[in-house]
Every structure is written in structure tokens, then in C-alpha cells.
Design a protein around this ligand. Sequence first.
Ligand code: ADP
Ligand code: MG
Length: 320
Amino acid sequence: SHLVDRIAAGEVVERPASALKELIENSLDAGAMSVSIRLSGGGTGLVEVADDGLGMSPDEMTLAIERHATSKLPDERIEDVASFGFRGEALPSIASVARFTLESRERGSDGWRLEIDHGVKVGEGPAALPPGTRVRVEELFERVPARRKFLRSPRSEYAACLDIVRRLAMARPDVAFTFEHDGRRVLSVQPGSLPARVAELLDPGLADHGLPIDLQRGEVRLGGVVSLPTFTRGAADQQFLFVNHRPVKDRLLVGALRAAYQDLIARDRAPIVALFLDLPGSEVDINVHPAKTEVRFADPQGVRGLIVGGLRSALDQAGH
Ligand code: ADP
Ligand code: MG
């Protein structure tokens, strides 16, 4: 399929934020209840993700860093794959463009460490860590001029990383996340309800003033919380959309939002939006190509109608 072809092209890591996304998704796939992220220099100096998930045996660790060794791509259709990862490509790709340390420990076993330097194994041995996995990526792209020259400033790489962490933290309110950048704690959230998580991540005021959305049409469900247009720094980065609990940036959905708010949106004001659309796999094709997320709906007009109608009536009830 086209997806497999794109995977073969190996376009997994194009910037620190894409490496970070892959690592966090792996932690979530491994059943982590807590994910700790440390970054320096916008991720160009260090990207570290530690989790309390299932961990790996030393043999599994070796397999994990060998290209294509662990693909979870099953016989089932791609759209029915529930977990984030399925390519068996992320870790080998990242390890080939950085200094890469993988430490892991299964419950009831001892920890093990693998060190890879630009794709070459340079060390391994026992490691002391709590059950779970810790991945450290240093000097990302430093020896890969073709990639390095496309990096933006550490500041904008950091912003892209923060965006990834916020989206994944919003998708999984049941998981604790901490995020440190250049030694400074920028985010720390404990497991809780979705509305509580959204309020914590976006605006504490949402807990009181947010408009809850909870609609069902046939097998399609729309949930989440939105606000009236509020002053925001940048309109775009306060709008979070999820399809089947995957963060997406999708034209149709963004267009539906704009239509729902239409005259309410002024130039300096934008709403805070965290919307979760859940629908059967047969109704949606989420192309999880690493560099972008495209969504195709079997019934785009139905989806659009649900969102526009749902948001309009929530806004009307709030007196607008
Ligand atoms: P994929 O996630 O597509 O299988 P990855 O390269 O991202 O490929 O990861 C390879 C494999 O390494 C995973 O399938 C998983 O078995 C293992 N793995 C990676 N990260 C973790 C983690 N944080 N905890 C446990 N296992 C992991
Ligand atoms: Mg993965």
C-alpha cells in the first residue's frame, strides 16, 4: 500500500519534535502510566523520554534498534490498528542520526543498556533504572548536515516539542506527564479527567467557563470542551483536534471549527478548542505518515455537520 511505500522511504525523523513524538508514542504503546521528558536546546542537545511501561528484555532491545525487526503491522487493515506505532522504524532511524542510549528493565528483571552511535553499537551493559524504559537521544543531526540545515532556532524547535507533548498529554489524561526544558520544569500533569487535563494544559479558567461537548450521532461521537473566543497569543496553538484519540491537524475539521464560530472570531480573539471525534475504523482513514497526519472521512459532510451543529448549539446555549 502507499503507506508501506512511504514507510520504506524512511521519513521518520525530520526534527527533534518528530523524534520526541515517536518516543512518547512508544511509551504509551508500552502501557506507561507516567512519562517523563527532558530536553535541552530545543531537543538538538538532548531528547530523553523515560517511562514506567512494560520494558524490554535485552534481546528485545537489540531487535528494537534493528530496522524493521519489530513491525507491529498486522494482517488486519491499517485503519483498525489501535496503537500508535506499527512501523518498527522509529528507533533505528533515530539511532542512525544521533548518539542513542536505550535503557530498559522489565518487572522482576535487571536493567540493561545499549549504546548506539550513529547506527553503530558502541556499548552495552547492566543499567540501574526503575522498571520501564529510558531513551536518550543526544546530538541529533549534529553529524547529518543535510538534516541539520533544516532545523530552525532552538526556540522554535522547542515550541514544536512542547506542542507535541501537549497534544499527547491531552490525548491521554489517564497518564502522568512531566516535561523539562534546559533544566526548567515546563509542564507537569497528574492523571485525571479529560476536562481537568484540558483545563490544566490550556487554561485553568476552562474548568469553570468551558463549554462541554458530548454528542452522539449513530456510531460517531464528538466530545471535549470548547470556549467562547478568548484572547490568545496565537490562535492556532489553542486548538486541539483528535480523531480516535490521535492528535490530528486536518483541513476539514479546522474548516468546520471556523464555520461553527464564524462571526464570533475576531482578529485578536480565538476560542480554545479540545475536541475528540471517535468513529468506527471503517468511517475514517488516518494516515499516520510520520511527517503529517491526514484524515479522510467516509462521510465528510456528516462529520462537518456534526461539528458545526454541535458547537453552534453549545455556543447558543451559552448565550451567543
Ligand atoms: P514500532 O513502535 O513501530 O514497533 P519503534 O522503532 O518505535 O517501532 O519501536 C520498536 C519496538 O521497540 C517496539 O515495537 C517495542 O517493542 C519496543 N519499544 C520501543 N520503545 C519502547 C518503550 N518505551 N517501552 C517498551 N518497548 C518499547
Ligand atoms: Mg514506535
